[in-house]
Write a protein that binds this ligand. Structure first.
Ligand code: FES
Length: 161
């Protein structure tokens, strides 16, 4: 592949210096884009396992609270469990747009922004915060079982048909 930059700079030395910088930036962007595409393809190619709907114990209350945020895999899908604004939440770590990672960026309150294209989602509802017709994949509820000294993930009951 051949990439050329046409710069309106008369000074040859200055044009070469700017060209080198452009080439470095181009290399960096290419590598970042390639890594994102490799990750996305790995997610899309992974075999889909049937999601288990049984409760999943995360450990004792003290253990879980001390280890947040937690990454939990259930049925081939990864969820992040974290405390936000005094609430324990679980959410899918995959952006519904193009499978970008939603567990790498700091939160803005209950909102998470995808680092790939900036789409934002409400972690409590899974809905788009910027008016898009996308929502996060369903996530289990985080349930504190005081009597059993346990925190676990439980799927909400399926809506009646
Ligand atoms: S992949 Fe997340 S916004 Fe595009």
């Amino acid at each position: 592949m051949h990439v050329a930059f046409n710069l309106p700079i008369a000074d040859v030395d200055k044009a070469r210096a700017v060209g080198r910088r452009y080439a470095e930036l181009y290399d960096k962007l290419w590598d970042e884009d390639e890594a994102m595409m490799v990750q996305r393809q790995a997610v899309l190619s992974a075999p889909r396992k049937k999601r288990k709907r049984q409760p999943v114990s995360l450990g004792t209350i003290a253990e879980v609270l001390a280890s947040l945020p937690l990454s939990v895999e259930i049925g081939g899908e990864t969820f992040r469990v974290l405390e936000v604004e005094g609430r324990l939440l679980a959410h899918s770590v995959l952006c519904p747009h193009m499978q970008g990672p939603l567990d790498t960026e700091p939160l803005q309150g209950l909102e998470v922004a995808c680092p790939w294209h900036g789409y934002r989602f409400d972690l409590a509802t899974g809905k788009s915060c910027d008016g898009r017709k996308l929502r996060l994949r369903p996530a289990p509820n985080v349930v504190i079982c005081q009597g059993k000294d346990e925190i676990r993930l439980e799927w909400p009951a399926a809506p009646a048909r």
